[in-house]
Design a protein around this ligand. Structure first.
Ligand SMILES: Cc1cc2nc3c(=O)[nH]c(=O)nc-3n(C[C@H](O)[C@H](O)[C@H](O)COP(=O)(O)OP(=O)(O)OC[C@H]3O[C@@H](n4cnc5c(N)ncnc54)[C@H](O)[C@@H]3O)c2cc1C
Length: 222
């Protein structure tokens, strides 16, 4: 598979453990909003350690952008990503992935699982096609919410933040439940987009099945 060395042009800390990394874009490189690629840090000892990350920019942008949650508790790639600087470089592969926009629906994301939807929402905003889409966004606490302002500006009242470890502040507390999905599915064309950690995915897919929605209505990464 083709790989590309791309120089980092900008880094920005978005939350206490999430970093945004922009890189140069190879000529002719393309992806569909929602897709990912394999990424390694182009630094001695890290070049072979590839991990999947999702593009959060638009295909028409002149740069590539990734939003990466760092796990500082072990010496993995995401911990090392926290320390990269402009001038360093990444090694990326071709774009791949099954998540892409297939029509209006209910998006459900957990933590860094929001990344494929960031690119999709940015594209829909550019195309003025956001109407009719809704988002249930699950996090542990308000400090963990990625791009809360931007998502709010896109979706207004059509976004519900659900926090498992925090109460109040205008957020829902707990998890994305079957009744919450039932409440927010109404008025959409009954299409669902789901991305998050495996336990959350299992729960939500179970809820959707129980509510009677079939596999063909659900978009997930395979
Ligand atoms: C298609 C796809 C797209 C993705 N896109 C994104 C994205 O855009 N942004 C993003 O932030 N993430 C994304 N991810 C998740 C991301 O790939 C992982 O978080 C990353 O691979 C973790 O790499 P790592 O080397 O830091 O951890 P690894 O070493 O690969 O460990 C994986 C997980 O195991 C746990 N773990 C392993 N060893 C230890 C240890 N010793 N102590 C504690 N915990 C441990 C950690 O919780 C970690 O999440 C995506 C995943 C997929 C499949």
């Amino acid at each position: 598979m083709e790989s590309y060395i791309v120089t980092i042009i900008q880094t920005k800390k978005l939350t206490h453990d999430v970093i945004e990394i922009r890189t140069e874009k190879p000529a002719g490189y393309s992806f569909i909003p929602g897709q990912a690629t394999e990424v390694a840090i182009n630094k001695k000892g890290w070049e072979q350690k590839t991990r999947p990350f999702t593009f959060t920019c638009l295909p028409s942008d002149e740069y590539l952008e990734f939003i990466i949650k760092s796990y500082p508790s072990h010496e993995g790639v995401t911990k090392e990503m926290w320390n990269v600087q402009p001038g360093d470089s990444l090694i990326i592969g071709e774009s791949w992935g099954a998540i892409n926009y297939k029509g209006k629906g209910l998006f459900m994301a957990g933590g860094a699982g929001i990344t494929p939807f960031i690119s999709i929402f940015r594209q829909l905003a550019k195309d003025e096609q956001l109407d009719g889409n809704r988002l249930l966004f699950a996090n542990k606490a308000s400090e963990d919410i990625i791009l809360e302002k931007e998502l709010g500006s896109f979706l207004g009242n059509n976004i519900v933040h659900v926090l498992s470890n925090e109460m109040g502040g205008g957020y829902r507390s707990g998890f994305i439940t079957e009744s919450l999905i039932g409440e927010y599915a109404t008025g959409t064309s009954d299409r669902f987009y789901v991305c998050g950690p495996p336990p959350m995915m299992d729960q939500i897919l179970h809820h959707l099945q129980h509510l009677g929605f079939g596999q063909d209505a659900i978009t997930v990464e395979i």
